[in-house]
Design a protein. Structure first.
Ligand code: NDP
Length: 271
């Protein structure tokens, strides 16, 4: 019997994770299957328990269950604790291990795939929700020169910054006027509804990279704005998706797949 894994979410039909993990398994010769698991919004734990009882070895967790998965795990990695969210569950014989690979996914995409150092960079993170929280600790580990969080609701950005003891500055969008950043990461859900966070003009430094965590929507309003403002490189979140999957695969199987051909394949499918 092959080992069983799945992505659990609601909705989950759109998830590219089964395709990504099937490629990783093929590449590394692992005998495993990876499914989609739709959980009713009020039954995450029962659905995860039933999957585990049927022999499931691990789950990727997507919206809206990352907070519940955090509470469901018996043991948490440092990354999951910092994020207060879990996107990877590993079922061991007597324990459920919770981890969060989203931040490592973003850093690996920036550094390896896009060739941009986070170390020493002036970094602006837009949004103060789950996606932003999940990437702050791994970004800080890279030692950026600055990490500023801008959010519509200032109090949420301030609360989030306080969790990271002085390494992070919080502010409004308006307060960004006159400042310049080398990396600008959109971790808001504005792109989901075709919206643009209210960024002032001039925040992109000459060689800036604009990164939208959203993917599969073509050029989002944020990326279009960045292009108009002269950002040198535009990137969507597909690379982050593949890289966080590679980290999960490593946690489960102890093997590091080659993410580059898988990202290339997904890009080709998009066209
Ligand atoms: P949350 O609902 O937790 O947070 C949403 C954030 O977006 C809040 O900070 C909110 O501000 C802000 N926001 C929403 N609408 C607007 C707007 N019109 N203008 C400005 N700010 C806005 O969502 P998540 O953090 O979970 O997810 C954010 C995005 O990240 C999603 O689009 C998701 O798809 C993507 N993502 C991508 C991943 C990948 O692998 N590529 C992984 C994880 C997430 P306020 O507090 O003021 O309401």
């Amino acid at each position: 019997m092959p080992d069983r894994y799945a992505v659990i979410g609601n909705p989950v039909a759109h998830s590219k994770s089964p395709q990504i993990h099937a490629e990783f398994a093929r590449q590394t010769g692992q005998d495993m299957v990876y499914e989609r698991l739709l959980a009713p919004t009020d039954a995450f734990m029962a659905t995860a328990d039933a999957f585990r009882a049927r022999g499931g070895r691990g789950l990727n967790v997507t919206l809206p269950f990352k907070g519940e998965a955090f509470r469901y795990a018996d043991r948490l990695s440092e990354g999951a604790r910092a994020a207060q969210a879990v996107n990877t569950l590993k079922f061991e014989r007597d324990a459920i291990i919770g981890d969060n690979t989203d931040g490592a996914g973003l850093v690996n995409d920036l550094v390896r795939n896009l060739g941009r150092a986070v170390a020493g960079a002036r970094l602006l993170l837009l949004g103060a929700g789950g996606a932003a929280r999940g990437v702050i600790a791994p970004l800080l580990e890279q030692q950026p020169a600055q990490l500023v969080i801008a959010n519509r609701t200032l109090g949420k950005a301030q609360l989030l910054a306080q969790c990271f003891r002085g390494g992070v500055e919080a502010g409004t969008y308006a307060a960004l006027a006159g400042r310049r950043f080398d990396l600008v990461v959109n971790a808001t859900s504005a792109s989901l509804v075709g919206d643009l966070p209210p960024l002032p003009q001039g925040v992109f430094a000459r060689d800036a990279l604009a990164y939208d965590m959203m993917y599969g929507r073509g050029e989002t309003p944020f990326l279009a704005f960045a292009r108009g403002e002269g950002a040198a490189v535009l990137a969507d979140g597909l690379g982050m998706l593949v890289e966080q999957a590679a980290e999960s695969f490593f946690i489960w199987r102890g093997l590091r797949p080659d993410s580059a051909p898988v990202l290339k394949l997904l890009r080709a499918n998009e066209e």
